[in-house]
Write a protein that binds this ligand. Structure first.
Ligand SMILES: C[S@@+](CC[C@H](N)C(=O)[O-])C[C@H]1O[C@@H](n2cnc3c(N)ncnc32)[C@H](O)[C@@H]1O
Length: 284
């Protein structure tokens, strides 16, 4: 599959109106992570603070509203901007949303006290990671703060075979969260450190072999329900999307070229928090 904006950023527009249903933790911010974003944003809050949000993540925007930040959000997809506006529980008179690319934008140098974004780096091509980090540094004031989570891949895969993965999920309640967790596990299972890609096409190939006719027919009804959500949404509606995942230590090494890591937080209510930790970073 070709690597360009059509596979990194554009697929979001296809699922914008479904995001609120299908995106649960660990992809979406958990309650504990939400509290931590608020706590960190409160901790650095001074007079007349200006924040940049990478994306239009409702939880981060609501935290900034409550704390009285002047805010700019930047997102490449109009569909996501509209869909997230409808999810927001309050409007911010001090917020402006711009429809631009993080990597090519009209933002001024040294303008923001803080940049915040949830798992943004996995949305740009591997070769563009440094570019995005440099862009964040450019728009931050000297010693400005960058707050984010990262998605990463464990160096040791938790499951050796697909049967082990299925066995684990057959004991779970079928819901959107367990379906998303299965997507994570399938992406980890299919991960190739040579290309760093988290696709939906590779998991789909694995699942295709498990189907009997046009359905999943395992003994566990719960497992079939979880697989149905993964197949019908993640492997259909979001099939073009590619994420780029690092190993956690590899990512921390990269970050430290541009930022000082002041704090790391692993949420208590996210079973994947070791591979989706939160970072509080100071621009070097
Ligand atoms: C902030 S990210 C991650 C949100 C969430 N934590 C997740 O991974 O499911 C998602 C948002 O980034 C936006 N986005 C992706 N690539 C972008 C780019 N290059 N420039 C601007 N916005 C981009 C998408 O449109 C989407 O609204």
């Amino acid at each position: 599959m070709k690597e360009d904006i059509k596979t990194t950023s554009a697929p979001w527009k296809q699922i914008a109106n479904m995001w609120n249903t299908y995106f649960t933790p660990p992809s979406r911010i958990s309650k504990d992570e939400d509290e931590k974003y608020k706590e960190w944003l409160k901790e650095i809050k001074g007079e007349r603070m200006k924040a940049l949000v990478l994306g239009v993540t409702p939880e981060i925007r609501e935290a900034l509203i409550e704390l009285g930040y002047e805010t700019i959000c930047i997102d490449i997809n109009k569909e996501m901007i509209l869909a997230m506006d409808s999810v927001l529980r309050m409007k911010n008179p001090n917020e402006v949303v711009i429809n631009e690319d993080w990597l090519k934008n009209s933002l001024k140098d040294n303008d923001f006290d803080v940049v915040a974004g949830d798992c943004v780096l996995s949305n740009v091509k591997w070769q563009e990671r440094d570019k995005l980090l440099l862009e964040i540094k450019r728009v931050l004031k000297p010693s400005g703060i960058f707050i984010t989570r990262f998605f990463s891949i464990p160096r040791e895969k938790p499951f050796r075979t697909i049967n082990e993965v299925l066995e684990h999920f057959s004991k779970k309640e079928p819901n959107y969260r367990s379906a998303l967790e299965l997507v994570f596990e399938l992406q980890i299972f299919c991960y190739n450190p040579e290309d760093h890609k988290g696709t939906f096409s590779e998991p789909k190939k694995v699942l295709e072999k498990l189907r009997v006719g046009d359905k999943f027919n395992f003994e566990s009804k719960n497992l079939n329900k979880i697989l149905d959500i993964v197949w019908n949404f993640w492997c259909e509606k979001y099939i073009n999307k590619i994420y780029y995942y690092p190993y956690r230590d590899e990512e921390e090494e990269r970050i430290e070229k541009f930022f000082e890591i002041l704090k790391i937080y692993e949420a208590k209510d996210n079973d994947y928090s070791k591979i989706t930790p939160m970072y509080f970073l100071k621009s070097l």
